[in-house]
Design a binder for this molecule. Structure first.
Ligand SMILES: Nc1ncnc2c1ncn2[C@@H]1O[C@H](COP(=O)(O)OP(=O)(O)OC[C@H]2O[C@@H]([n+]3cccc(C(=O)O)c3)[C@H](O)[C@@H]2O)[C@@H](O)[C@H]1O
Ligand SMILES: Nc1ncnc2c1ncn2[C@@H]1O[C@H](COP(=O)(O)OP(=O)(O)OP(=O)(O)O)[C@@H](O)[C@H]1O
Ligand SMILES: NC(=O)CC[C@H](N)C(=O)O
Length: 719
């Protein structure tokens, strides 16, 4: 064997798989394998649990999920005869000794070679893997697993557990499944010590602002720079049926260099990338680090699982190795730039998979609903960008593949809708998929109406304006018939003013659903619109919203984003994406406009009513989660953070206000609209932030805080 010419082409991919869409997932897997084979790759790695979809959640309790996954695996194994030289790494749940494991499966040319079980499960934040799976604990041990005779395979058993594969031409392939890379005891270290040439990491890693940067630079490149070898990282991309968005960025690295990366936020269902690598460079790289050599020589030699066929082939002698990407930093977006891509990409997947025909936003002209409208427009930019890219590379109209025709109701590639190029022009697409409505009451100001109209014109949404006062009056009259009074803003009983505010807010929600359901009837288009929610993290955290008002919607793109991050997003949308109408939105003061105007001017502002600024709410929100602090811990932390601008009494007062609102309103989180998950500080009660919603008054905690305040005051006065 010529060990000095070890060049081969390797492939990684991304798939926008969908939990439980077994047929669709199979097709996407097969498509990426065919593409990888056609490009001459010797190996194709796919994401974690890609056969059933990563996000099956409690469906992993169902035997059906295993059954259908294994049925699809059998089909993939059969299909692999069409790519005899390609080693395929895919993912599915597997039962061994009666226990369920999260596994990578290796197969080649009609044969299942190995099923490798995950050895570190992900349970942080939104992850719940150990709810369904157990981890494999026997390092480098594998056993014969009998295959289910009810599912067709041309073999009766397969090795199961942990191990290393080795090809006929001595290429060693090892596995590190997702969390194993994140864990301090990363598997790649021991794989490198066994001289593994190619480490395969199939991942199900969701998007959080700034996470991709860490994932690529610190984990993939960081590990690869320490342990050497070729690293094939494959991650899902898109929404697979839940609040999470997987942000792909499947990558190929070698010895600390990034050779290829698939775009993080593109919307194509599949994408394959390849690189030509010289595996001999792994020897050289590892040879240069004597400390690691020494450690490796201490290790017991692992006997690999051998398989038929060569990996080093199909690379022309004159073909050069792929050169490293020099500007790795340039590939990574800043967290706020990511907001311009993640939620828009999610919104497109969700829309086409939901079978609905567009989005409806009650547009108040405030910063939150304007940010959501801007995200939908950015979604249109993304879709048209993808169509254009595809036409430039494939030279034909590929609208079908983006489901635009399905969404807009055309039969054949309805590229022209009413004479307009919908798939090419983001403004035209926006006109078709985004409906906005300003719902004025007598408390609305001219400023917010103009902001809403200006933005609608700017992004080209299908906009209208309505008045809600007659509806509010009718409802109050119905109440009056039973209780014989009409509530008043002037009443000494605050419940009356509050009820008058709540009814306006709730009516807007009812109207939003009516308009969403019927708007397309008048446009003679099939389908209905999804209503978008617009509550941000900070107001949700303190419940500064009416339960079942417009905060109740179908999907909320900003429900896990703080107001401060949103304001920065608006600045970028204004500066980079030509949404000039956002200037007046950015400069406006947040207000609910639910109380009477005073001298024609808004008299109610959010921050004055809450008693905390959005910046302060954002700081406290982060101390709560991920900071993990209760009232007392927060108080101590805030003394150091805010000590130079507030007295200890003022800090105590601010915390009282926060915790009072938080505790009386936490019940609202139980019904909050599903929010696209982009931040760990999200108060989402369903997946991310499990807390009670009926709280005691925290009097003990605040007594302790008060004692500390007195102690600090005394200390200060004796200084
Ligand atoms: N412990 C508990 N468990 C479960 N449910 C509980 C509950 N306590 C009250 N509730 C329910 O919640 C209701 C109170 O909540 P809710 O009806 O929301 O009303 P509420 O929270 O009293 O008032 C809404 C708040 O949001 C403010 N706001 C600001 C800006 C905009 C908007 C807007 O709507 O656009 C609103 C408004 O100024 C006010 O402070 C009670 O009537 C009761 O039905
Ligand atoms: N005049 C209005 N027209 C249309 N929708 C409105 C109007 N007022 C409120 N809404 C809807 O109700 C949501 C909550 O209203 P609220 O006054 O609490 O604003 P907010 O949370 O500060 O959001 P925004 O910054 O969008 O005003 C808004 O985001 C918007 O979707
Ligand atoms: N699926 C996993 O193992 C997830 C791993 C890791 N904690 C992440 O956030 O990406």
């Amino acid at each position: 064997m010529n060990q000095w010419n070890r060049r081969c082409r390797v492939a990684t991919c991304t798939v926008n798989n969908w939990a439980l869409d077994f047929r669709g997932n199979y097709e996407r897997i097969v498509k990426t394998c065919s593409e990888a084979a056609a490009k001459g790759a010797c190996i194709r790695v796919g994401p974690e649990l890609e056969i059933p979809g990563y996000g099956c959640a409690d469906h992993f309790f169902e035997i059906d999920t295993e059954r259908h996954s294994w049925e699809m695996l059998s089909k993939i194994v059969e299909k692999s005869k069409e790519w005899p030289n390609l080693l395929v790494i895919t993912g599915l749940p597997t039962r061994f000794r009666g226990l369920l494991y999260n596994c990578a499966a290796a197969l080649k040319n009609g044969k299942l070679l190995f099923v490798r079980a995950k050895m570190a499960l992900a349970d942080d934040n939104v992850y719940r893997e150990s709810r369904w799976f157990v981890k494999w604990t026997e390092t480098y041990k594998h056993y014969e697993m009998m295959l289910n005779p009810q599912i067709h395979f041309e073999q009766t058993s397969v090795p199961f557990g942990d191990g290393i594969l080795e090809s006929s031409d001595n290429v060693r392939v090892g596995f590190e499944i997702c969390e194993e890379l994140w864990s301090a005891r990363s598997t790649n270290i021991r794989l490198a010590e066994q001289g593994v040439d190619i480490i395969c990491n199939g991942s199900g890693s969701h998007h959080i602002l700034g996470k991709s940067n860490y994932r690529i630079n610190q984990l993939i490149l960081g590990s690869s720079a320490k342990t050497g070898g070729v690293y094939l990282y494959a991650n899902h991309r898109g929404c697979d049926g839940d609040r999470l968005y997987y942000d792909g960025a499947s990558s190929i690295a070698q010895n600390g260099d990034l050779l290829a990366q698939i775009h993080q936020f593109d919307i194509e269902d599949t994408c394959v990338t390849t690189a030509v690598v010289d595996l001999s460079k792994n020897f050289t790289f590892r040879q240069m680090k004597s400390s690691d050599r020494g450690n490796a020589s201490d290790q017991v030699t692992v006997v690999p699982i051998r398989f038929e066929g060569n990996m080093i082939r199909d690379v022309r002698m004159d073909e050069k190795c792929t050169v490293r990407i020099k500007n790795v930093e340039g590939l990574q977006l800043s967290p706020i730039d990511e907001l311009c891509h993640g939620p828009p990409a999610y919104l497109w997947t969700y829309l086409r998979r939901s079978g609905m025909s567009g989005y409806f936003i009650p547009l108040s002209g405030g910063q939150d609903s304007s940010a959501v409208a801007a995200m939908v427009r950015l979604m249109c930019e993304k879709v048209c960008g993808a169509v254009k890219r595809r036409r430039e590379t494939d030279g034909n109209n590929q609208l079908k593949s983006y489901d635009i025709c399905d969404i807009l109701g055309g039969d054949d590639p309805a590229y022209y809708l009413g004479g307009r190029k919908v798939g090419e022009d983001p403004a035209e697409l926006c006109k078709q998929v985004l409906f906005t409505c300003y719902m004025a009451s007598k408390h609305s100001s001219d400023e917010t109406r103009k902001c809403a109209e200006g933005l609608a014109l700017n992004i080209n949404s299908n906009h209208c304006g309505i008045f809600i006062d007659t509806v509010v009056e009718s409802i109050l009259n119905v109440f009056n018939m039973v209780y014989s009074f009409i509530p008043s803003f002037q009443s000494a009983d605050n419940r009356e003013a509050m009820a008058l505010q709540n009814i306006q807010a709730r009516i807007r929600m009812v109207l939003a659903y009516l308009f969403a359901q019927l708007a397309l009837v008048s446009h003679q288009r099939p389908g209905g619109l999804l209503v978008l929610g617009t509550a941000n993290v900070d107001e949700s955290l303190v419940g500064y919203l009416t339960k079942y008002d417009c905060s109740s919607a179908d999907i909320n793109p900003i429900g896990s984003v703080s107001k401060c991050d949103l304001r920065q997003f608006l600045e970028i949308a204004y500066e980079k994406y030509g949404m000039t109408a956002l200037r007046s939105v950015i400069d406006s003061t947040p207000t609910a406009e639910l109380r009477p105007l005073v001298d024609g001017k808004v008299a109610q502002t959010d921050e004055a009513e809450i008693g905390l600024t959005y910046e302060e709410l954002s700081v406290i929100g982060r101390l709560r989660k991920p900071g993990g602090m209760g009232p007392y811990g927060m108080f101590l932390e805030l003394i150091s953070l805010w000590g130079d601008k507030y007295t200890v009494e003022e800090i105590e007062d601010k915390l009282r206000k926060f915790w009072w609102r938080y505790r009386v309103n936490r019940h609202k989180a139980t019904v909050s609209t599903p929010a696209i998950h982009v931040e760990n500080y999200s108060p989402d009660d369903h997946r991310n932030d499990h807390r009670p919603f009926l709280y005691p008054d925290f009097s003990y905690q605040f007594e302790r805080i008060h004692e500390k305040v007195e102690e600090l005051k005394k200390k200060k006065s004796t200084l």
